[in-house]
Design a protein around this ligand. Structure first.
Ligand SMILES: [Zn+2]
Length: 78
C-alpha cells in the first residue's frame, strides 16, 4: 500500500471497516510512513475530541477542523 492508497482508505481505516488484508497493509504502511501516521493520528485525535468533549461543536468550528484536515492531507493525495 502506498500513501495515496492509504488516504483513499482512510475513512474505512478510522472506522475499522477495512478487510483484514487491507487493514494489515495499512498498518504496515503506517509503521513505515511518518506522513501518513501523522495524518491518521490527527484524524484519530479529532474524532476522539468530537466524541468525548465537543459533541455539539458549532458548525463554523466543524468547518475549520475539516478544512485543516483537508489541507494537511491534500498534498499527499495525487
Ligand atoms: Zn504514507
Amino acid at each position: 500500500m502506498n500513501c495515496s492508497e492509504l488516504l483513499q482508505n482512510l475513512n474505512a481505516y478510522l472506522d475499522d471497516e477495512l478487510s483484514p488484508s487491507l487493514k494489515g497493509a495499512a498498518q504496515t504502511h503506517l509503521s513505515a510512513c511518518r506522513s501518513c501516521s501523522v495524518v491518521v493520528n490527527t484524524c484519530h485525535s479529532t474524532i476522539q475530541v468530537y466524541r468525548h468533549q465537543y459533541h455539539q461543536l458549532p458548525a463554523f468550528l466543524h468547518r475549520k477542523v475539516m478544512d485543516n484536515v483537508n489541507r494537511r492531507t491534500r498534498p499527499l493525495v495525487r
